[in-house]
Design a protein around this ligand. Structure first.
Ligand SMILES: C[S@@+](CC[C@H](N)C(=O)[O-])C[C@H]1O[C@@H](n2cnc3c(N)ncnc32)[C@H](O)[C@@H]1O
Length: 287
């Protein structure tokens, strides 16, 4: 099965959406990846692969951890994201990060690497088993794969409640019913530990562990930004986009309803912070 539609989506509409809210993603997600990088430290000199690296901010952080003797390699299927990664690394004077445009399900990922890492980079794979198999093939014997994925939707109300709100107003068009490009499986596709551990085991990983990490994340610096973020990102944004003209027409109603949904997340300074919950999943390539 070709990933062309998904790759086009990440290179176009999704790249534009993520760029518009880059500040929120980089700030919000950084707190989560800082925690995982503290718990699972990379040795100086290590060669580390990051899959689905997006803007490359994590790859750059990993490059700092492994020092001049190590290398961090960021891989993403969207060339627009990779172009941003090159800019970020150059701006920060990082010499030991490299970036590759590749489909993690199908392409050679280079290597062999000591470790692999993904921050919310594995939940949108069309064929996740194939991607996990390819990641393992790129690791040295004994190499560790650490990934951050969202836990269940009910514990991530910033995404889930916005989706429920939009579903009540906008007709849901499935991927099969539209020619519009789409992101592939959604943010909660890797939330189930049984399914994820079975899949990792099936492709040969061992010593699989799940650590839960809960934190509040900023979903907007003010009401306007919080509503825009809720309407554009995640399943809520995809429902509105895939509904086409009808989605556009109903945006006014969605804004009114979302104001009620997110009101409870407002802090004293007018910014909005909502609970989030993720898994840190680690697995090893056998020695
Ligand atoms: C939710 S974003 C996460 C980006 C980044 N890791 C972060 O935490 O900000 C998912 C990323 O995975 C990439 N992606 C999706 N499917 C992919 C595939 N088959 N191969 C490589 N990258 C993929 C997308 O282009 C996107 O940059």
């Amino acid at each position: 099965m070709s990933n062309d539609v998904i790759i086009e989506a990440w290179n176009t509409v999704l790249f534009e959406k993520f760029s518009r809210f880059k500040y929120l993603f980089i700030e919000g997600y950084a707190a989560i990846s800082e925690e995982v990088l503290k718990r699972h430290q990379y040795a100086e000199g290590a060669h580390v692969l990051e899959v689905g690296c997006g803007f490359g901010d994590c790859t750059v952080e990993i490059a700092k951890c492994v020092g001049a003797e190590g290398v961090a390699t960021g891989v993403d299927c969207a060339s627009n994201f990779i172009a941003e990664c090159h800019k970020t690394a150059a701006e920060q004077g990082i010499k030991n990060a490299r970036f590759i445009v590749a489909d993690v399900e199908a392409d050679d990922l280079g290597g062999p690497y000591d470790e692999a890492f993904a921050r919310f980079g594995t939940m949108f794979f069309n064929l996740p088993g194939l991607a996990m198999k390819n990641i393992r093939a790129a690791l040295k014997p004994g190499g560790k794969f650490t990934q951050i994925v969202w836990r269940k939707r009910e514990d991530n109300p910033w995404v889930h409640e916005a989706e429920c709100c939009v579903r009540n107003i906008v007709p849901v068009i499935s991927h099969d019913e539209t020619d519009a490009v789409h992101c592939g499986p959604g943010p909660f596709s890797m939330a189930g530990p049984d399914m994820v551990s079975d899949m990792l085991q099936a492709v040969g990983f061992e010593k699989i562990q799940f650590e839960r990490f809960d934190s509040d994340i900023c979903i907007g610096r003010n009401l306007e930004e919080s509503i825009a973020f809720a309407m554009e990102i995640g399943p809520a944004g995809e429902i509105i986009r895939l509904a086409g003209e009808e989605g556009e027409r109903l945006k006014g109603d969605v804004i009114v309803a979302l104001k009620d949904v997110i009101a409870k997340f407002e802090k004293e300074d007018g910014s909005f912070w909502a609970p989030s919950s993720a898994w840190f999943v680690t697995a090893y390539n056998p020695k």
